[in-house]
Write a protein that binds this ligand. Structure first.
Ligand code: C2E
Ligand code: CA
Ligand code: CA
Length: 254
């Protein structure tokens, strides 16, 4: 039954792109010091014709296993690139949008990253307008092609953000070995943040460590003013979460 459900999901997922069922939502990332919106994260949404909104948590894994993640990820990238170009022209010339890129997406041949860079060139868009959010899974697989892909992105000004930090192996050597621009403190640390708690100590330690390495810090899942204030006092650079805004369709985000 479970396998059948999965097969159905894969089949439906195959139709999602050609039938325009995907939409990119944007969640603001706020500069702690000013409260202004400096960046946003692009988050994929799937509006299934029968089941309604399906969370990426439910379909990204299947998309990765089936290989569909390549076409989907390429679509998200192009969509976001066009959107950020538009918003930079209209509202904020420095706006940056981050795009999630799964480890599987790095495993395709070289042409994918070349195509992304080519696409930006055709749009006349600076690489600085985009940030790639990667997980440790990408860095653990330290084969030379992945390092060179990351380097190519960096060379055109694109920045790299290490997502869900603190939940995986968190091997600190990755931070030294790769050029990481941002570290995202995972929501699980922010959730129960209170003065003097272990989570508070861990957040403070991550922030200090990142800053010493020249890396800036984004806290995820900030839902309360209390959490915001504690993170700000700890020197966190950016924050993202329901306190500021849920992920929104492009028109509402604008
Ligand atoms: P993520 O990259 O860690 O994204 C953050 C998740 O936290 C998002 O869930 C976001 O909606 C949610 N969130 C934001 N603020 C809060 C908050 O204050 N409280 C709580 N409880 N949650 C908050 P979402 O949109 O359901 O995405 C889930 C995961 O799916 C993402 O986790 C990411 O790993 C993956 N994903 C989403 N879009 C894409 C995509 O375009 N490509 C790839 N490869 N993966 C994606
Ligand atoms: Ca992310
Ligand atoms: Ca995350």
């Amino acid at each position: 039954e479970c396998a059948q459900k999965r097969l159905r999901l894969i089949n439906d997922l195959r139709d999602a792109l050609p039938q325009n069922q995907f939409q990119v939502y944007y969640q603001p990332i706020v500069t702690m010091a000013t409260g202004g919106i400096a960046k946003a994260e692009a988050l994929l949404r799937w509006k299934h014709p029968v089941h309604g909104m399906i969370s990426p948590a439910e379909f990204i894994g299947v998309a990765e296993e089936s290989g569909l993640i390549h076409d989907i990820g390429n679509w998200v990238f192009r969509e976001v690139a066009e959107q950020v170009k538009h918003w930079r022209e209209l509202y904020n010339a420095d706006l940056q949008i981050s795009v999630n890129k799964s480890p599987v997406q790095f495993l395709s041949d070289h042409s994918e990253s070349a195509a992304w860079i080519d696409y930006l060139n055709r749009l006349g868009l600076s690489g600085r307008s985009l940030v790639l959010e990667i997980t440790e899974g990408v860095l653990m697989d330290a084969r030379i092609e992945i390092i060179s892909q990351l380097r190519k992105y960096h060379d055109i000004g694109m920045q790299i953000s290490l997502d869900d930090f603190g939940t995986g192996y968190s091997s600190l050597s990755y931070l030294k070995k790769f050029d990481i621009d941002y570290l995202k403190i995972d929501q699980s640390f922010v959730k129960n943040l209170t003065p003097g708690s272990d989570d508070m100590a861990l957040c403070e330690a991550m922030i200090v460590m990142a800053h010493k390495l020249g890396i800036r810090v984004v806290a995820e899942g900030v839902e309360t003013e209390g959490q915001r204030a504690l993170l700000a006092a700890a020197g966190c650079d950016f924050a993202q979460g329901y306190l500021f805004s849920r992920p929104l369709p492009a028109t509402e985000f604008a």
